[in-house]
Design a protein around this ligand. Structure first.
Ligand code: CA
Length: 381
């Protein structure tokens, strides 16, 4: 029953019944209607994308979409999908790896720099590399690799990866544990299962937390991650938030802070697939950060994410939108400070795996679906 109506006992006195009828007659119809499910709809902007992974916006109104097999495609404002940009280095597209995330430089309007992550083949396996290049027409020029995850691993799995520029101009890279050697996520001597922080040309910032520590990689910013799939900078605090794939039941949202340990695989609520056995302790445990949100008991496989800053969507300002691959939905998380206070599942009827979520400079939310024949969607309230 609608909460705004007075409660009426089963055998209501006639006066009360009359009062209730009067209230019903006076209430506007809109208040009596069942509360509608969030009436957002997804409108197709572009289709026919092949395993798209990331979306970025250019100052001229075009968008760029990465395709995991190794392409970066421009998408015109009218949705026309262009030929791949020239100048992208060879990509090792295998399993979950390939050409993955893409961001523009904070000063892209003047320097036209782009940054992307991709799996690079090499001796002993592939590595997740970060490249940057300058966009000139339909080509990337002066392409340099500014970071390589060490060591190389012979793996097709857990390549992460996401990029985000913090407010101080430093580039954060969210990396995976490459699946086979999960304990490496706790070892500061490698880049597996870590986030790293570099300057936009790849140099190590002088104030990095592990810089100068014996046996530690100087690029490290945080450790104990499994497979980072989404990253976004909070629009008010500047904090770095991310989504991470756990094993069964261990998908997480975290707020990433300098030098902290996020637990994997020692502290996790996730369990082994199939067997359901524990992997680590559930925490909290001193010295390890608890996630701000986990999905239990079923993994949704969270993906790209974005904070809503505009007023296009009534009541959503400050929300964190997170795509779900396995969960085939868009999750809207209400945030207060560092607490996730509410959750709404959207676009359930679409039945699509969501790979990336971004807010455009026009204030609209854009989504990429996953797989072959995928779509770029605009979310309308
Ligand atoms: Ca964790």
């Amino acid at each position: 029953m609608n909460a705004i109506l007075p409660t009426v006992p089963r055998r209501a006195p006639a006066a009360l019944l009359a009062l209730r009828l009067l209230v019903l007659a006076l209430l506007p119809a809109a208040l009596l209607a069942p509360r509608p499910a969030a009436a957002v709809q997804a409108v197709v902007v572009a289709r026919g994308l092949d395993q798209p992974w990331a979306l970025a916006f250019l100052p001229d109104g075009r968008m760029l979409v990465t395709e995991r097999p190794g392409r970066i495609r421009p998408v015109a404002e009218d949705g026309t999908v262009g030929a791949p940009l020239r100048g992208v280095p060879p990509v090792d597209a295998t399993g979950q790896c390939g050409l993955l995330d893409l961001v523009t430089d904070p000063a892209h309007a003047t320097n036209r720099l782009l940054y992307w992550t991709y799996a690079e083949a090499g001796e002993g396996g592939n590595t997740v590399a970060v490249a940057r290049g300058r966009l000139e027409g339909d080509a990337l020029v002066d392409v340099q690799v500014i970071f390589r995850q060490q060591p190389r691993v012979a793996s097709r799995l857990h390549c992460g990866s996401r990029l985000a520029f913090a407010r101080d101009g430093r580039l954060h890279v969210g990396l995976g544990d490459r699946f086979g050697r999960r304990a490496d996520a706790q070892d500061p001597a490698n880049h597996l299962g870590k986030t790293v922080r570099i300057e936009s040309d790849g140099r190590v910032p002088a104030d990095n937390p592990f810089l100068g520590r014996a046996g530690a990689r100087p690029e490290l910013w945080s450790l104990g991650h499994r497979n980072i799939q989404g990253m976004a900078v909070h629009p008010v605090t500047g904090d770095l938030w991310h989504s991470e794939h756990g094993p069964q039941g261990g998908d997480e949202i975290n707020l990433i802070e300098r030098g902290r340990n996020y637990g994997w695989p020692l502290v996790t609520v996730g369990r082994e697939y199939v067997l359901g056995t524990r992997i680590g302790e559930e925490g909290p445990r001193a010295g390890y950060e608890q996630p701000l949100k986990v999905w239990l008991p079923t993994s949704i496989a969270p993906s790209g994410m974005a904070f809503v800053t505009g007023n296009r969507y009534p009541g959503w300002q400050g929300s964190l939108l997170v795509g779900a691959l396995r969960g085939q939905a868009l999750h809207r998380l209400s945030i207060e400070g560092r607490r996730v206070t509410g959750e709404e599942r959207l676009l359930v009827d679409l039945g699509a795996r969501i790979r990336d979520v971004r807010q455009g400079p026009d204030g609209w939310i854009y989504l990429l679906t996953d797989g072959s024949g995928a779509q770029l969607l605009r979310l309308l309230p």
